[in-house]
Design a protein around this ligand. Sequence first.
Ligand SMILES: [Mn+2]
Length: 224
Amino acid sequence: MHQYTTLIVSDIHLGTRVCRTDKLLTVLRQTSYAELIINGDLFDSNRITRLSAKHWEVLKALEEIAKTKKVFLIGGNHGRKLDSEAVKIGIEVRDSYAFEIGQNRFLCVHGDEFDFFVRRLVRLSKVAGSVYSFLQSFGGRQQRMARFMKRLSKHALGVPKRQRRLALRHAAQHGASVIICSHTHVSHDDFTNDIRFINSGSFCENICHFVTIDEQGNPALHAV
Ligand SMILES: [Mn+2]
């Protein structure tokens, strides 16, 4: 008997130095769950050569998990070409995932569809993305700077707020009582008109986040 029915992690960004493989491996190995959902952006880019030994260790761990549990990867907006690598190790890739546990109807989407900056200004976003990658390629202070810039750009553009608003509307349209997004790297958990909006954060920050759902259908956001 598992403690949780479902474990949800997101925005792992394998292939970048800010990816917290240490924290992720601990959560994947020490949490008791029956099903795993990776809510988008498992890979940072389409270049497999960017994966370090630590990143391959995560893929190995996921391959082991997929042998005994159902593992889903929801399509994100980064490194989608490498999602085929996930398929090879037994992970099922989907655009979104709807399921019911207890009284709750859950809907998992990455949430970039609610981000006009990504959708409509792809080119500009790519420039910001390459500045981010450039800063990340250094250690220490620059890496902190890279993380700060990502947060600043997402906050300044009101992305988390807009995502929450559009996600709640999307949930209402699809009859979901809980909608779980990621993408912004900004964790969140609250209710509006009986619909719960959760953002599962990322595994790229100093404080990482993940979501669990127990067999009664109660979701919980955790920081690690
Ligand atoms: Mn994303």
